[in-house]
Each structure stands twice: as C-alpha cells, then as structure tokens.
Design a protein. Structure first.
Length: 163
C-alpha cells in the first residue's frame, strides 16, 4: 500500500513537470519550451503550401482533369484532405515533425514521453479539423499557460520548440 502511494506521488509530480522531464529521442540534450501560437501557425502555413497544395494540384489536373470538375466533385476535396492527413500523420510518426515544424524547430511529443503513433497522429489531425470548425479549439494556446490546443489536451500531446 505504501509503495503504491509513493508511486502515485511520483507519477503526479512527473505529470506536472512533463515538459521539463520528457525523455524523447528528438529532445535529448536540448532545452524544450512550449511552442508559441505564432510558431505553430507559421509551421501550419508551410505545411499547407508544401504538402496540401501539391495534393490539390495533382487531384485537380491529373486525376480529375480540370478545376471545374474538381469543384463539382464531392470526393475530390475529401480525398485531398484525407491524403493530407495521412501524409502529416506519417511525418509526425516517423520524425515527430512536419516540414513546417522542422523549419521552426518544433516537435510533437506525447506528455508521457512515448513515441507518437500513426493512429494518434491521425486522430489528432481529425480533431484539428473539428476544432478548426469551432475556432476556439485552435485559438486556445493564446490564453493557456501550457500553450496547448483542444486536441493536444484531449490526446495528451504537446508541440514544443527545441532550443
């Protein structure tokens, strides 16, 4: 019983200081800080231009044929968004960062220090889309001290800046 209480206190202390104590292969030997809203927004814009725009171009002109048919298609935009989500999830799974996050030296880590899985990264993307529709979920880093979005809170992840 006493050992469980000691373990519980240690777990609680570690969860409160997770950003300082996280042991992740991409964050070893460097200080980490929560990424600012501006850094995250800039990284997202880079990802859109480097990944999503080429997907849309390919779907519009190679697969469907022209922009008019793409706009009238129900499946074209849906396939584009899902393909973008899969590619982003693969980047986050294998490198813990997308090209945009790499440009600003940002990483996605789990609060418990474990590796981000593909499923977790894809669910995070789906929650990103949902929170984007209600706007408050994406803007929450502006007033939170830990700078987490709604989907970071739900999935227990953090976007951190390496320094």
């Amino acid at each position: 019983m006493r050992q469980n209480a000691k373990r519980w206190r240690k777990l609680k202390r570690n969860s409160q200081e997770h950003l300082n104590q996280v042991s992740h292969k991409h964050t070893r030997d460097c200080a980490i800080l929560a990424a600012s809203f501006i850094q995250r927004a800039k990284a997202q814009i880079i990802d859109i231009f480097m990944i999503y725009m080429p997907i849309l171009y390919f779907l519009t002109y190679v697969v469907i044929g022209n922009a008019k048919d793409f706009r009238e298609s129900i499946w074209g935009p849906l396939v584009g968004v899902l393909l973008y989500g899969v590619i982003i999830s693969l980047f986050l799974t294998f490198k813990a960062q997308t090209p945009g996050k790499k440009a600003y030296d940002l990483l996605l880590i789990r609060d418990d220090g474990k590796k981000v899985t593909f499923f977790l990264a894809f669910v995070r993307f789906i929650l990103f889309l949902i929170s984007g529709s209600i706007i408050i979920g994406i803007l929450s880093p502006l007033w939170r001290k830990d700078r987490k979005t709604m989907y970071d809170l739900i999935l227990k992840t953090s976007v951190v800046a390496r320094s």
